[in-house]
Design a protein around this ligand. Sequence first.
Ligand code: ADP
Ligand code: MG
Ligand code: MG
Length: 863
Amino acid sequence: PKLVYDFTEGNKDLKDLLGGKGANLAEMTNLGLPVPPGFTITSEACRAYMDDGSVPAEEIGTHLEKLEAAMGKKLGDPDDPLLVSVRSGAKFSMPGMMETVLNIGLNDRSVQGLVRQAGDERFAWDSYRRLIQMFGKTVMDIDGDLFEQAIDELKDGRTDLDLTAADFRSLVGTYKEIVRREKGRDFPEDPKEQMELAIKAVFDSWNAPRAILYRRQERIPSDLGTAVNVVAMVFGNLGMDSGTGVAFTRDPATGHQGVYGDYLQNAQGEDVVAGIRNTVPLQDLQEIDPHSYAELMEIMAKLEGHYRDLCDIEFTIERGKLWMLQTRVGKRTAGAAFCIATQLVEEGLIDLDEAVRRVTGDQLAQLMFPRFADDHGNTVLTRGMNASPGAAVGRAVFSSARAAELAAQGQDVILVRRETTPDDLAGMIAARGVLTSRGGKTSHAAVVARGMGKTCVCGAEEIEVDAKAGRFTVGDVVVEEGDVISIDGGTGCVYLGEVPVVASPVVEYFEGNPSGDELVRAVDTIMRHADGRRRLDVRANADTPDDAARARRFGASGIGLCRTEHMFLGDRRVLIEDLILAETAEERQAALDALEPLQKADFAGLFAAMNGLPVTIRLIDPPLHEFLPDIIDLSVKVATGKGTKKDRRLLEAVQRLHEQNPMLGLRGVRLGLVVPGLFAMQVRAIAEAAKAAEGARPEIMIPLVGAVQELESVREEARQILAEVGVEALIGTMIEVPRAALTAGQIAEAAEFFSFGTNDLTQMTWGFSRDDVESAFFGTYLDKGIFGVSPFESLDRDGVGRLMKVAVVEGRKARPGLKLGICGEHGGDPASVRFCHEIGLDYVSCSPFRVPVARLEAGRAAL
Ligand code: ADP
Ligand code: MG
Ligand code: MG
């Protein structure tokens, strides 16, 4: 195969082969822009090199000769040397890889040739010392600080502009000594050897430890390899009529059109970003060199028109002549992504489909969180994991009850816990944010907070929480209950005191209070178009009328999951206790009779809030013992003789119901089959609430089914109750046990809909517990690249996804109109939404705050 491409032979679509830099240099060359000539050694050559150490020397030689012919100079020629840069450039730019070596071809003889040709001794020696410095650091692996120290000593307070030809010449001597001392060999003077070593160093840097780590984290395949670009040098360090700069075609922070960039006179390469001298705003180039400035503006407009997007560029001016050295579609903030996409539509450069493709659900999610004002100046107290974004300020509280109490008085609170449990739910709802000292991104606190759209920093390990004493400490700083703290869920930072917060205008917009600002208009335009395109419905997971109402405002077309267990907490706990303690059928019925009207009122509230949209209600799922008091508290009470008779019976019940593996135990449909009357009570409450609410569309969902027989027996009873009350409701099941997915054809005979419960399906498919594995080994798994993202955050397509596909195909075969949805955490994850679209689900269901994200991603998936 062809392993080396001249810039005239490539184009921007060959990134796989030529890397991003090479492909875009070729594109610019073919657009007729002033790019110094050069060639690209392909990533395929890199792969061959990694296999067997081979370098396509002959092809490189041929291309070098062509380059020499074009330039009318020979590489490193003593009289009139051609110099080149050797630049890495993979498909994805990657920190940790070798970057660039400039001025290759200089040595003790050719530097004299360069002096004569340029008529500038200082320039030639400056270029030579730069070569040794960059080559020494990146190719020979010498500590770069040694060179930096040497030049600092020489400068002795002067700036680089004050250094003379003699200074640079002596620096070359010093640098060569450093090389000799550190490596036991001389700096290679042979230009071809310099070039070859630099090329190999770029190839080798593909497997530098930092590059490997980065690829694992970003899920970049490890076998792509990198391309290498060899480019004829142009010189920005040839005096004050030369210089180097970087620019954006628009503001990457806002998307506004204008002139954005920095320029540095008499400088080379990375000097602009390295901060060796103060750069000037690009605007000033208009004065410095009006001709080059005008040409640059023209080129930037041309690039924008061509790439139809914001581009960033690197350029150099050599004695008044402009050269383009790099371009790419530029990175931008989330807000700018929306603004730029709609601006480009208005400018006629792209259509709305393309605008929707150019923004992501993750960007939208970022825009929905409040954030701290820029440059607030507060110092960081400690850091944890950025578990759920946003900015929260409030008084530290250490229990759920206290959080609820203070919040009821109108105070903002931050709930601080070692870790949270389902008991903390009320406190989490009441708090502005949650801070824990233990647990990672899939800990209870993190998952629940993300679901609620609540700011959360977790696993801030320096924090010692003393909940009993009502304080936490970080080193010798003590924070008492009531002290104000601020937490940043985007960065994981924790601050003492109040940091000013800015609300999200995008949330205000979804709430129905649009401000007129540009970002909100852009979001509106894009959301409307995405909604018009998407095939997936988006529903919400909501258990309360408030959540349901918000979900509707955010664009949900139904409730995909109402968890009824939340309706058994708080005051109602006693009623559940009575149910569990019931010894006779009468006692049991009495307990159920007490619960039924409460449940009915719960459902009535939801039906009212959803006003004719479908509401999927899942019958009680978790193991009963979760509703009983804590065993330790009870034991202590009973053992110290303080317990009542009920406490003693409760303790017995807790012991009786204790399970080694509750998540694999008596829960879901199993509970419904074992505790007579429990499901029946819920179904009756649903039916009666539905009957009373005009147009209600209940869907009754049975959790944890693994066999059609389980479903059949529950369904029989439910149908009878529905018939008695005289309402219609769909009856369906969760698919969350692998066996259910594998026998979906049978289960579909008895189910009118499936909803994939991918949280349980993931933990049962992998065989690890969501609540425990995070701290135990996920960190190691992520580091080792076993997965790039937790399968609880983003659907594991190959494993869990395969089970889903089987269930979709076999379910629909058995029952053609079968309705299919997903209600796990994944329903709001962008990549997972796309997958759900691909396998043909009818809807995704996610927390109310994720509804807009899912709408957008569903629209993008449909394009
Ligand atoms: P990075 O990937 O870090 O941006 P580059 O390969 O773009 O590295 O090189 C960094 C800088 O070196 C460029 O922005 C440019 O200023 C300078 N440079 C690279 N090649 C040349 C060249 N042939 N002539 C002049 N300057 C160059
Ligand atoms: Mg660059
Ligand atoms: Mg489940």
